[in-house]
Design a protein around this ligand. Structure first.
Ligand code: ADP
Ligand code: MG
Length: 749
């Protein structure tokens, strides 16, 4: 009875709480109140239980989640999304955190229509003038809307967004953000994003990260996943000491990681980026310095003498060596015969003829009864070297017995190659990183040449050296690096420079144009193809959707087929294709079976097809000038006049001026340094000067100062604690171990 009384009292209170005005009215109906109370009480208990469960669950996740947690454990990431992430080589939460944005969308203050320049993404605040006009073209719904702001008017076009007809009311004021185009006196914006002034106000001056995507994965989805990873993953341990951070003016690790993904402003972003670039250089240089083998002078275990083979080879070459080539060959020859092991970097601009030098060194090695290996960064390039060298060897009846070893070969082919290498039947082994994989046993490896080597990490170099009991090392690079940086990056390598191009070269003719020139460019390509030549067209991305507004090779190739005569063979090539397919396409292009090759910058490294005379680069504004210079080096390699067409979608003065630098000089380093002078630091995001070094975020040109700072920091650190075993350095050691285990970072684009 008591308990029922108690319930009754509580029910009364409850009824009061619900502000039921006349409690007395309820008196007679005790039973009803009782039921109501009990049911509400139950809901409350249930609700509390859910809250507790959720909290517990979250706490559990927080505890369990770390950098190695698979991405699928994140909320909103199912199997389908997981597969899309895997396409980008992102498997764990740690991978995701280190997947830095490709660039940032800057929501600037709106501009007036008369100030909105063509080719620029901007926001305008304008009122809808007139009634939207809609039409249908096949499956496409097109909505045209005129807007004006008193300084001018703008025509907006929306595709397949019929609902906007109701939203955009005549006289209504909105912010429209998109790419401005001009047609005659008209200004247009296609598919702009629409915001209310309040909504836009909240975003103004914010930097929104944009990630490299793959079809099916939206930028929003990546943002969400990264945000979760940042909040659930335990804070990163700071591996530099307080003084160190202060001395080198560095942001904390955890702050930097947050700010690189979601910066509050440009200043914070710059600081965050600096820290991450510093880390990358620091780890790379420190690992390299610890790699004592390369810095100590080692005894020459494979002394060599010059034989008649190289002399005869030089006599058979269809051209004389340039003076620079002769000088460098002299240096290499001397090294191979000296009391010390060779450790030499040959630097020379694209087309300066470095392959011949590699070949001479490999020939001398074979003639002395040893084995030599030539390692290239891509299978395409390895296959190309194999073809050229086999042809030379056969024609000149050289002592070279080359064999190719690349990852895409069948197990049987590989086995045959391994046998030939182990028995010494092959004395020149050409390949990719397959050359350093566990199964390969060399009989007497005495020389390793790496072409465009910087794409191989320190680790790979180490592994290869282990195989051959300290072979001579010859490194070829087309990246023009000033001496001071080269010394930092390559440690104690001796440096030779091939600073002269073969005399028979006709200078390449360049032009920088806007997109309206495309039709003419296609006519020109057609004319060149009719004359028996070939052409490259470069697009910045592989497939649609990675970044908006940029050309992609897959669609572009399709478009181009429609624009050129049907008998012209157009094919595309990109780094995400299967290696065997890439090789086949490159072979067909080299054999002249393909006339026009639409490609990403995968073509940038070392490809040699002297019959190609046109290089057309789409979205040229997206590339660093040093990189464009490398691309230009793919043409002008034969006797025919060659041409470069740089197409820019941005028509503003600065962009055009920047691209014009390519006309002024043929010196890669001059070009890169001029490029830097013309830009503010904020302009550098999303533009890489050098696609060569396999750094994730650092760029040796843009970040030369940071590179020097990291090098100085290491000097100071190692002076105090050479083995890094002082008590304060545990976290740093742990970090380096993590980095060295994860350092293989081949480019995929
Ligand atoms: P890179 O330095 O970019 O690797 P390559 O070695 O591929 O350049 O050489 C580019 C082209 O120049 C090749 O077709 C090669 O046969 C040719 N070549 C190399 N040396 C000379 C020379 N001394 N005179 C004329 N042509 C040369
Ligand atoms: Mg080369």
């Amino acid at each position: 009875m008591r308990s029922s009384k108690c319930f009754e009292a509580k029910a009364k209170l409850f009824a009061q709480f619900l502000r039921i005005a006349d409690v007395r009215k309820w008196k007679g109906d005790r039973f009803c109140c009782l039921l109501l109370y009990i049911s509400i009480y139950r809901v409350r208990v249930l609700f509390q239980a859910i809250v507790c469960f959720q909290r517990g669950h979250k706490r559990g996740m927080r505890g369990n989640m770390d950098r190695n947690t698979p991405i699928i454990e994140l909320k909103g990431v199912g199997e389908k999304t997981q597969k899309l992430f895997a396409k980008l080589n992102l498997y764990s939460v740690g991978d995701l955190l280190a997947f830095y944005p490709r660039d940032y969308e800057h929501f600037r203050e709106p501009v007036s229509i008369d100030h909105a320049g063509p080719g620029e993404v901007c926001a305008v605040r304008a009122a809808v003038a007139g009634i939207p006009n809609e039409k249908r073209v096949r499956n496409l719904h097109i909505l045209n809307v005129n807007v004006s702001d008193g300084t001018g008017s703008l025509q907006l076009t929306f595709f397949n967004m019929p609902f906007l007809k109701k939203t955009l009311k005549q006289g209504g004021c909105y912010i429209f953000r998109g790419n401005i185009q001009t047609r005659g006196n008209f200004k247009l914006m296609e598919q702009p994003r629409v915001y209310s002034p309040e909504e836009y106000g909240k975003r103004t001056d914010r930097l929104v990260p944009r990630y490299s995507l793959t079809k099916g994965l939206t930028n929003q989805a990546v943002q969400k996943a990264v945000k979760q990873a940042l909040s659930l993953c335990p804070a990163e341990e700071e591996y530099y000491g307080k003084d160190f951070l202060h001395d080198y003016d560095l942001m904390g690790a955890e702050d930097a990681l947050h700010a690189i993904h979601f910066p509050e402003n440009m200043e914070q972003l710059m600081k965050a980026r600096q820290r991450l670039v510093f880390d990358e250089f620091f780890a790379f240089l420190l690992l390299m310095r610890r790699n004592k083998e390369f810095s100590d002078r080692m005894e020459n275990g494979h002394p060599m003498f010059e034989t008649a083979d190289t002399v005869r080879f030089l006599e058979q070459l269809p051209f004389p060596l340039t003076r620079a080539q002769k000088r460098v060959w002299g240096e290499i020859r001397e090294d191979l015969g000296s009391p010390y092991c060779m450790n030499r970097l040959v630097q020379g601009d694209v087309g300066s003829g470095k392959t011949v030098l590699a070949l001479l060194a490999l020939l001398m090695t074979a003639a002395n009864g040893y084995q030599g290996a030539l390692m290239a960064p891509t299978e395409v390039l390895a296959a190309q070297h194999f073809e050229t060298i086999s042809a030379y060897a056969e024609k000149g009846r050289l002592v070279l017995r080359p064999v190719l070893l690349v990852g895409s070969m069948t197990a049987k082919e590989k086995k045959e190659a391994y046998a030939k290498i182990a028995s010494g039947e092959a004395n020149l082994i050409i390949g990719t990183h397959a050359l350093i994989q566990g199964r390969v046993e060399y009989k007497s490896l005495a020389l390793v040449v790496t072409d465009e080597q910087h794409r191989f990490g320190v680790r790979q170099r180490e592994q290869l050296a282990e195989k051959g009991h300290k072979p001579h090392i010859l490194v070829m690079s087309a990246t023009p690096i000033p001496r001071t940086l080269a010394i930092i990056l390559y440690g104690d390598l001796h440096i030779s420079v091939v600073d002269e191009l073969p005399a028979n070269r006709l200078p390449i003719r360049n032009c920088v144009v806007n997109t309206s020139y495309r039709t003419k460019a296609y006519e020109f390509i057609e004319k060149e193809v009719r004359a028996g030549r070939q052409a490259y067209v470069i697009c910045p991305q592989v497939e649609e959707g990675e970044l908006e507004d940029l050309e992609n090779v897959v669609d572009y190739a399709e478009k181009l087929r429609g624009r050129l005569s049907p008998d012209i063979q157009v094919t595309y090539l990109h780094g995400k294709m299967r290696p065997a397919d890439k090789n086949r396409i490159m072979e067909e292009f080299a054999a002249g079976e393909i006339d026009v090759l639409v490609s990403t910058t995968v073509i940038e490294v070392g490809i040699n097809v002297p019959n190609a005379t046109v290089m057309m680069v789409e979205n040229a504004e997206r590339f660093g000038l040093a990189q464009l210079h490398q691309l230009r080096g793919r043409v002008g390699r034969g006797e025919h006049q060659s041409y470069c067409i740089f197409v820019s979608t941005k028509e503003n003065k600065e962009t055009m001026e920047r691209l014009q630098i390519l006309n002024q000089s043929n010196d890669g380093f001059f070009i890169a340094s001029q490029d830097l002078k013309l830009r503010g630091p904020g302009d550098l995001f999303g533009i890489r000067q050098s696609g060569d070094f396999a750094f994730r975020i650092g760029d040796i040109y843009n970040d030369a100062a940071v590179l020097q700072k990291a090098s100085a920091a290491i000097d100071a650190l190692l002076q105090r604690d050479p083995m890094l075993d002082a008590p304060g350095h545990e976290a740093l050691r742990k970090h380096l171990e993590y980095v060295s285990a994860n350092s293989v970072d081949f480019r995929t684009i």
